[in-house]
Design a protein around this ligand. Structure first.
Ligand SMILES: C[S@@+](CC[C@H](N)C(=O)[O-])C[C@H]1O[C@@H](n2cnc3c(N)ncnc32)[C@H](O)[C@@H]1O
Length: 249
């Protein structure tokens, strides 16, 4: 990512080395620990925009009623639930047992158990057959995967030829004044509110730090192209707070 004076020191509290290295057990453990308050914090910290971003990603997939969608890093299944009305079948995969448990509660309470299946698995070794999926989505998950290129290659393997992939990930606003404000918000206010509500010491410090280390949109676009997705469109959402990557195998 291009060095930026506003993101060089995102937090003044250390995120431990195992978390920074995205060791799978440490990442899964962190999401297990914050699962109970995860949805609430998403709504509060994004001012309700997070569900609009997910709806935009689902729309970009142009799902058909016969399609099988993979929601990778499904967490509490928000993409899976948003997509269920348009897809034939949705498979959500995540390695955090607690996030999946809460996701399953939501799926069942909406009567969607016949359409949505949630399974425990690692993005870097998908428990799915080759060319078995019509479309895939990852919202706010790829940044947490230790080897994102491996996950992209796995997605290219399980998608059928021509299959579409939508990825949502945080970025940095393009306008400098807005970026200054946003970086202050995500480095100062967000970790404080996150710590208060989640009662987890570092998860919401890890968030801005991991965002600041994530590749710039054009670099991530090239990573997609190098790992099985030659066609990539990059769409900034909400002035670049979030980027939507729409890719085709
Ligand atoms: C920030 S949450 C996003 C959840 C959901 N997609 C959403 O939009 O709210 C990231 C999720 O990715 C999962 N995750 C991270 N690395 C993973 C991996 N290698 N394999 C499977 N799940 C992973 C975490 O357990 C967590 O539930």
């Amino acid at each position: 990512m291009t060095p930026d004076p506003f993101v060089s020191s995102p937090t003044d509290v250390a995120v431990d080395a195992a978390l920074r290295a995205k060791e799978p057990a440490r990442i899964a453990g962190m999401f297990d620990a914050i699962a109970a308050r995860y949805d609430l914090l998403n709504r509060v910290l994004s001012g309700g925009l997070d569900q609009r971003w997910r709806a935009r990603a689902v729309k970009a997939l142009r799902l058909r009623p016969t399609d099988t969608l993979l929601d990778l890093c499904t967490g509490t299944a928000d993409i899976a639930l948003a997509a269920a009305p348009s897809a034939g079948r949705v498979i959500g995969v995540d390695f955090s047992q607690e996030m999946l448990r809460l996701g399953l509660d939501k799926v069942r309470s909406r009567g969607l158990g016949h359409r949505v299946t949630l399974a425990r698995g690692d993005a870097m070794r998908l428990p799915l057959g080759s060319a078995s999926i019509d479309a895939a989505a990852i919202s706010f998950g790829i940044r947490n995967v230790q080897q994102p290129d491996e996950a992209l290659r796995e997605l290219a393997r399980v998608l059928r030829p021509g299959g579409r992939l939508a990825i949502l990930e945080f970025g940095l606003p393009t306008s400098r004044p807005f970026r200054v404000l946003y970086v202050w918000y995500s480095n100062r206010l967000l970790p404080a509110v996150g710590r208060l509500i989640s009662r987890h010491a570092s998860a919401y410090q890890y968030l801005p730090e991991s965002v600041s280390r994530f590749p710039a949109p054009e670099v991530f676009g090239r990573l997609l192209q190098a790992n099985g997705f030659p066609h990539v469109e990059i769409v900034p959402l909400t002035m670049g707070i979030v980027y939507l990557y729409i890719a085709r195998k």
